[in-house]
Design a protein around this ligand. Structure first.
Ligand code: NAD
Length: 482
């Protein structure tokens, strides 16, 4: 069965292009899928444009649109095992993590299924009883949705659910490395009754299949999640048609540990913060900023624990983290660590691929050991640039002002955490951190009701929450002189 979905039909790439998908855990062939080029994406934009301007979708009631999303949530529950398995084979991540992801995806569809019909606008007081002034929400139009490989279906759901809730049509281009669950989602949308042309899927590389979504004048909004450099390219490409641009980009997220933190809990979470999914998490706590007085004890304990983390493939139940997504990505992480050491960082553990004689089953995967680089300062490139791998840099601070200044010394502002048992200090520091999410005495949790997004060069706009729905809506003022 062909894998591109355009105007309610499954079809092959116009030029016959195909791509092999391989599991990062062992390099095995998972699937071969169609690979679109610009002409396929243009056909998909055409379908989405017709469905928006001629079809019933934008004017169906918000309740009907919400009901469709709730049906999709139920179908995802039905297919949970299958979807989690697909995600793990494409990404190499542990099956248990993919299962959590599917639960989160279901929550996202349920959340937008419910809020779709809740906020119908408002009436404005003009002081004139003969005038009715209303603020109404309308869909933006055709949305280009471009997503990365680290949380493939989760990132897709953060866009598709609010996009449909608001009454838009879309063309989705997921990462070329991890297409399986996006294909499955389109099947579920079809099964749930989404009209032809409302949702379209193209698979392929960014420069070929993705680029028209930022340049085509028929696309009204491009919502992108991915790396900073690609975000800059998309923003520039979108400028001539002044389309709306929403960007969820990278992060280099500080995890600030004060001396009065609960030592053991902070230590546990410092490890998960950075090594979950081998660091391939946009909000990974990849910069440990620890109060100088506890540096030695904290980092010694952390290095000891990091050295015992077990690597393994999706179905190894004893594995604590998995492989990197590709050989090319591992090369980048290796180069990043080498550059850090050349800059003066002290390698405390990891810094290499696992020894294949100790764990032969890792030999064909793209594994890299959990790595700690101590003795870093915020002027080093290794503390400023995102590695997107299992690499923790360690800096120290003295006192509250220094902690805040160090943590904020970054072009990024996606997320960060503060660890202290002093509630006043926790609130003061959280208030001064320039980032879209701050966790206090925790790391990583989120709920679909709460907004997610970046300050500074971590992006523009927000996903999730009510602001995540607003990204997909126009606001109209209707003044009626009765
Ligand atoms: P990437 O920027 O390489 O690719 C992301 C997507 O953009 C892919 O689908 C790719 O094919 C597409 N793309 C590439 N060039 C394009 C172009 N010129 N036009 C249109 N599309 C193009 O990122 P990646 O390596 O897939 O993902 C990792 C990055 O994503 C990291 O930097 C990470 O921090 C970021 N990320 C951010 C968030 C967030 O919520 N802020 C979430 C997940 C990942």
């Amino acid at each position: 069965m062909p894998e591109l979905y355009v105007d309610g039909q499954w079809r092959s790439a116009a030029d016959g292009g195909r791509r092999e998908i391989r599991c990062p855990a062992d390099g095995s062939l998972v699937a071969e899928v169609d690979e679109a080029t610009a002409s396929d994406t243009e056909a998909a934009i055409d379908a989405a444009h017709r469905a928006f301007h001629e079809g019933p979708w934008p004017t169906t009631s918000a309740r009907e649109r919400g009901d469709l999303l709730l049906r999709v949530a139920d179908l995802l529950v039905r297919d949970k095992d299958q979807v989690a398995r697909m995600e793990s084979l494409d990404t190499g991540k542990r099956l248990v993590e993919s299962e959590y992801d599917v639960d989160d995806i279901v929550s996202v569809f349920r959340h937008y299924g419910h809020v779709a019909s809740e906020d119908a606008g408002r009436v404005v007081d003009t002081g004139n009883p003969d005038v009715v002034s209303r603020i109404v929400h309308e869909p933006i139009g055709v949305c280009g949705l471009i997503t990365p490989w680290n949380y493939p279906l989760l990132q897709v759901s953060w866009k598709v659910a609010p996009c449909l809730a608001a009454g838009n049509t879309f063309v989705l281009k997921p990462s070329e490395l991890t297409p399986a669950t996006a294909i499955h989602l389109m099947k579920l949308l079809e099964e749930a009754g989404l009209p032809a042309g409302v949702g379209n899927l193209v698979l392929g590389t960014g420069p070929d299949a993705g680029a028209p979504l930022s340049t085509d004048p028929r696309v009204d909004l491009v919502s992108f999640t991915g790396g900073l450099q690609t975000g800059r390219t998309i923003m520039a490409a979108a400028a001539p048609t002044v389309k709306k641009v929403a960007l969820e980009l990278g992060g280099k997220n500080p995890n600030v540990v004060f001396a009065d933190a609960d030592f053991e809990v902070a230590l546990d979470y410092a490890l998960t913060a950075v090594f979950l999914h081998s660091g391939q998490v946009c909000s990974a706590g990849a910069r440990l900023i620890v109060e100088e007085s506890i540096h030695d004890r904290f980092v010694d304990a952390l290095v000891e624990r990091a050295g015992t983390i077990r690597l393994g493939g999706p179905f190894d139940e004893r594995a604590e983290t998995g492989p990197l997504t590709s050989a090319a990505h591992r090369d980048k992480v290796e180069a990043y660590v080498a550059a850090g050491i050349a800059e003066g960082a002290v390698l405390r553990c990891g810094g290499r691929r696992p020894d294949a004689t100790e764990q032969p089953e890792l030999a064909d995967g793209f594994y890299y050991l959990p790595t700690v680089l101590d003795g870093c300062t915020s002027d080093m490139s290794v503390t400023q640039e995102e590695s997107f791998g299992p690499v923790l840099t360690v800096e120290t601070f003295r006192g509250e002002d220094d902690a805040v200044a160090t943590a904020n010394d970054s072009i990024y502002g996606l997320a960060g955490a503060v660890w202290t048992q002093d509630a006043g200090k926790a609130q003061r520091v959280a208030g001064r951190l320039r980032m879209g999410t701050v966790w206090i005495n925790d790391y990583h949790p989120y709920v679909p009701q709460a907004e997610w997004g970046g300050y500074k060069q971590s992006g523009t706009g927000r996903e999730l929450g009510l602001a995540g729905l607003d990204e997909y809506r126009e606001t109209k003022h209707v003044w009626h002189n009765i």
